[in-house]
Every structure is written in C-alpha cells, then in structure tokens.
Ligand binder design. Structure first.
Ligand code: NAD
Ligand code: DAU
Length: 351
C-alpha cells in the first residue's frame, strides 16, 4: 500500500520534517518531494537525506497543470501528502492573490490529477491534505476547535486554506476520491523560516535587534513541536479513516508575550547574558490587521482513535529549538540574506 508517495512542499519547514521521517522510516517506499523552491523552500533542510536511494527531489509548481499531469503519469503515485502552500498570514495581507493561486488552484490541480490518474480505481490510494486550525477562525477566552467547529476563516491565508479543505471534501463526496484532512495548530522547531514569530524572535535577540510583538501581545496560540506534527501525519496517513478530518494540537496555549518572555529567558541562558538582557529588546508594534485572538485545538479524536500524543513539553522543545538555531548560524545567514531584508523592511519599518 502507498508505495510511491508524492510529498508536496517537502523543502519547507514542516514538509522537510515529514520527508525525513518517511525516507528514514519507510525504506521500501519511493518518496518524491515536489517543491517550487519559493523563498520558503530550502534544500539545505534535507541535506541529510538527499542521497538516500528511496528519495528524489523534483522542482516544480503545483499550479502548473500539464507538468503535474506528466508527473503523475511518470511516477504513478499511490499516495499524495500535500503540504505545499503559501503559509504566512502577514504575506497574505500584502498579496492575497498569490495565496489563492497556490493554496486553492494548486490543491485543485493536484486533486484533479489524482482523480484522473487513479481513474476511479482507488484501491490502495490516498490523498492526504495538510491544513491548519486557522480555518476555524478565532476563539474567545474559552473553548476549543473540534472537528465539528464550522469554518470561519478571517485572513486571506486562512480563507485560501479553508477553500482548499472544501475542495478536498468536494472530491471525496463527488468522486469518492479517498482523502483525509488534518488541521494542525502552530508548529515550532528547527528549519522554521524567520518570518514567523519564534524564529524571528530568536534571530533578532541573537543580533540585539528589537523583537516586534503585535498589539499588546495578548493573542494566544497553541504550540506543537514540528516533529510531533510529522509523527501525527505519519499516523494519520497509515491509520486514519478515509473521508475524515483529524485535529492535531498539543493542548499547549501561550499568550504571545508570555512565550516571548520565556524565549528571552532561554536566550539569556544560552548566550550567557545577564538575566533580563533579552527582554529589553521586546517592542510592542502596530497590530496585525484582523488579528485572530486565540486558537486552541481539541486533539481528542486523534488521541482516542489513533493513539497519537505529543512527545515534548514546550519548555524542552523551545530550548531544543534555540539550540538548533544557535548551532546553525549558516542556515540562518543564508535564509536572511537578499530578499528577506526587503520583506523585513516592508513589514516592520512603519509599524
Ligand atoms: P512553508 O512556507 O515553510 O513551506 C511551504 C513549502 O511549499 C515551501 O518549500 C515552498 O517552496 C513550497 N511551495 C510554495 N508554493 C508552491 C507551489 N506553487 N508549488 C510547489 N511548491 C510550493 O510552510 P510550512 O509552515 O511548512 O507549512 C506546510 C503546510 O502546513 C502548509 O500547507 C500550511 O498551511 C500547513 N500548516 C502549517 C502550520 C505551521 O505552523 N507552520 C500549522 C498548520 C498547518
Ligand atoms: O495556527 C496554525 C498557523 O500558525 C499556520 O497555519 C500558519 O502557516 C503559521 O504561519 C502560523 O500562523 P500565525 O499567524 O499564528 O503564526 P506567526 O508566527 O506569524 O504569529 C504567531 C503569533 O505571533 C500571532 O499572534 C502573531 C504574532 N506575531 C507574529 C510576528 C511574525 C507578533 O507578535 N510579531 C511578529 O513579528
């Protein structure tokens, strides 16, 4: 079952952890990593698996229909794990159409190719769509997102992801395409692009630059270690029920300002700075437009049905993450040179 697998977006943050896990755990599978290598895609993330015999990288765009059709014809995939996306909320506020193109059109192109090449003979086939908790909208002080929570996306990013989820379910209901969706909370860990809160803060603290906190830092996110997300994807891909949605999260809510203060303490310790040094860099800046107040995932279904649970406590995971960034200065230098500087000044200069 699922012997030749297409993983899209495998050069990105979460995708690279999923590719590594599958290449290492399933030597009898053939893993094809398809990635357009946008600013967020980086083959350095996969240098430890690049020469494995069961791994192949293909550069290409999921919105390019003839190319995707040809790829399906060439490799005859049994399974698809779809992670390729534009993933940053702030960029979606700057340029919503890029998100509609990749996240909506790109997903539809992949669904269509799967249907066409599987020719309605779905035995042993699976389309696994990796999505986000942001499709559910924003919570107040209490409650959780469950798999039954109605979609209420509020940013161009989350609207594009919600739309892609709807297309996956439409293909399942209309054409019986065997599909599964998971909706995960905020990930953190190694290889995270430093446009997102945690790696951006680590990078700035290291360089004694201001750490921008939107609004009053009161917004709450539910953080999960990226390797735990990759394990959840493995579990769901192999054991999940077709047509189902699974929420993934670590029951680990943090107010942004509390998280940043914890991170500052860890950075002081690791950089051997006097306690309180890094926290002086915290700078409250203009809030994100339409900033969702709180996300919190109820991952009971995944735990009860498939036995998955997170492996790491947050403090431990955050410390491991900081250690990785401090030990991988070259990675950070490469991804923050060039176009990153332009993005950073567009996003933060006038805040
Ligand atoms: P990322 O931005 O780090 O990586 C995205 C990857 O997709 C990059 O390698 C990029 O080159 C590739 N890509 C972008 N457009 C492409 C295109 N048109 N064709 C082919 N490849 C393309 O994203 P991430 O944080 O690793 O997120 C991966 C997936 O997981 C996304 O679908 C995202 O919505 C979802 N997700 C992310 C989080 C999170 O906290 N980061 C949480 C839940 C769900
Ligand atoms: O919930 C899952 C989602 O988590 C994923 O689907 C997205 O792909 C991923 O980017 C992430 O979205 P967020 O918007 O929650 O992540 P981000 O790291 O951008 O922001 C986390 C919180 O920190 C959010 O409340 C905004 C705030 N923030 C962010 C940045 C970049 C700041 O205060 N300052 C910043 O500079």
């Amino acid at each position: 079952m699922h012997n030749t697998i297409l993983i899209t977006g495998g050069a990105g943050f979460i995708g690279s952890h999923v590719v590594r896990l599958f290449v290492k755990n399933y030597p009898h599978y053939q893993i094809i990593n398809l990635d357009a290598l946008t600013y967020a895609g980086n083959l350095e993330n996969l240098k430890d698996v690049k020469d494995q015999p069961n791994y192949k990288f293909v550069k290409g765009d999921i919105t390019d229909e003839p190319f995707i059709d040809e790829l399906f014809a060439t490799y005859k995939f049994d399974g698809v794990i779809h992670l390729a996306a534009e993933s940053h909320v702030d960029r979606s506020i700057m340029d919503p159409l890029a998100f509609i193109k990749t996240n909506v059109m790109g997903t539809a192109v992949l669904l269509n190719a799967s249907r066409k090449y599987w020719k309605d003979n779905y035995e042993g086939k699976l389309f696994y769509h990796v999505s986000t908790d942001e499709v559910y909208g924003s919570l107040g002080e209490e409650g959780f997102f469950t798999e039954q929570t109605a979609f209420d996306p509020r940013s161009p990013y989350s609207a594009s992801k919600a739309s892609s989820d709807h297309f996956v379910l439409a293909y399942y209901h209309t054409y019986h395409l065997p599909a599964i969706i998971s909706n995960c909370s905020n990930n953190y860990g190694s290889n995270h692009f430093p446009e997102k809160l945690i790696p951006l803060a680590i990078h700035n603290i290291k360089n004694n630059k201001p750490v921008p906190v939107y609004g009053k830092g009161e917004n709450v996110r539910d953080w999960l270690f990226v390797e735990d997300h990759a394990r959840a994807i493995d579990t769901i891909f192999h054991k999940g029920r077709v047509g189902e949605t699974y929420n993934i999260g670590g029951f680990n809510e943090w107010k942004n300002i509390d998280l940043i203060n914890l991170l500052c303490m860890i950075m002081d310790k690791k950089l051997q700075r006097a306690p309180g040094t890094s926290a002086k860099l915290i700078t409250f800046v203009k809030d994100r437009a339409g900033h969702d107040l709180r996300y919190a995932i109820d991952a009971t279904k995944l735990n009860k049905e498939l036995g998955w649970e997170p492996s790491l406590q947050f403090e431990e995971g955050l410390e491991k993450t900081v250690e990785w960034y401090l030990a991988n200065e070259e990675w950070l230098e490469h991804v923050t040179s060039g176009a990153y500087q332009d993005y950073y000044s567009d996003q933060y200069q006038k805040r």
